[in-house]
Design a protein around this ligand. Structure first.
Ligand code: ADP
Ligand code: MG
Length: 227
């Protein structure tokens, strides 16, 4: 098991209003599985993924990632866990605008202190995996949404993380690219990584080992699913 939520919830307080983004949730994420997190807009999918990705702290409950109790880690320890264990593909890509596609993919390896020649090699391989080698010199603004998405995926994979988290990774992809990206994520899971994918698109169900549904902040296992 790579990640576990035990009674984890998330609330946001704005003024005198409390928004329950995630109700108390217990969930495990295992190596070798692609977990699909499906639900309508505003249901709490990104909140759940951000908790798994150590981007936010739980309001209550215990969250374990790669054997560490996330609630007890400080910001620095959390950043280290993210850099070394987790590849996160954000809904809006979060590519750095002044950097080329290649430089964006290289960035996490530079942060890890990987030596230049090895970093170049791994970057090249990651770009090849997502079919973006020929666009490596482009700035994000010179790429389509789908192409930026693939660069964001390459950046998430380049550190060879145990845990790969993707927020709506196919939202700006056409049907062919969708199939390529999802098949790639499925292969990563089949090869032993833990992969969690957030979506509102039922077409992605066929790529999942396991599905959970999120509705108004409540997470439940999806029943009518046969592998
Ligand atoms: P989804 O990804 O399924 O669309 P989210 O997890 O982004 O849903 O949001 C779940 C709920 O939590 C929504 O009502 C949203 O408005 C609220 N929410 C998310 N992030 C914040 C925040 N930083 N501050 C206040 N409310 C938030
Ligand atoms: Mg979302």
């Amino acid at each position: 098991m790579i990640a576990e939520l035990k009674g984890v919830g998330k609330e946001y307080k704005t003024g005198d209003q409390t928004i329950v983004a995630l109700q108390p949730t217990s969930l495990q994420l295992n190596e070798g599985e692609l977990l699909l997190i499906i639900g309508p807009s505003g249901s709490g999918k990104t909140t759940l993924l951000s908790l798994l990705g150590c981007v936010i702290y739980p309001s209550y409950g215990d969250l374990w990632v790669d054997g560490q109790l996330v609630n007890k880690l400080n910001q620095n320890e959390l950043a280290k866990l993210r850099l070394n264990t987790i590849g996160f593909v954000f809904q809006n890509f979060n590519l750095l605008a002044p950097l080329t596609a290649e430089e964006n993919v290289l960035m996490p390896l530079q942060l890890q202190g990987v030596r230049a020649s090895e970093a170049r090699e791994r970057t090249e391989k990651a770009l090849k995996t997502v079919g973006m080698t020929d666009r490596r010199q482009n700035l994000p603004k010179q790429l389509s949404g789908g192409q930026q998405q693939r660069i964001a995926i390459a950046r998430a994979l380049v550190t060879n993380p145990k845990l790969v988290l993707c927020d709506e990774p196919t939202a700006s992809l056409d049907k062919d690219s969708l199939g390529i990206v999802m098949q790639e994520l499925r292969t990563l899971a089949d090869e032993g990584k833990a992969v969690a994918v957030v979506t509102h698109d039922p077409r992605l169900k066929q790529y999942a080992h396991r599905i959970v549904e999120v509705e108004s902040g409540a997470v439940k296992e999806f029943k009518e699913f046969n592998d």
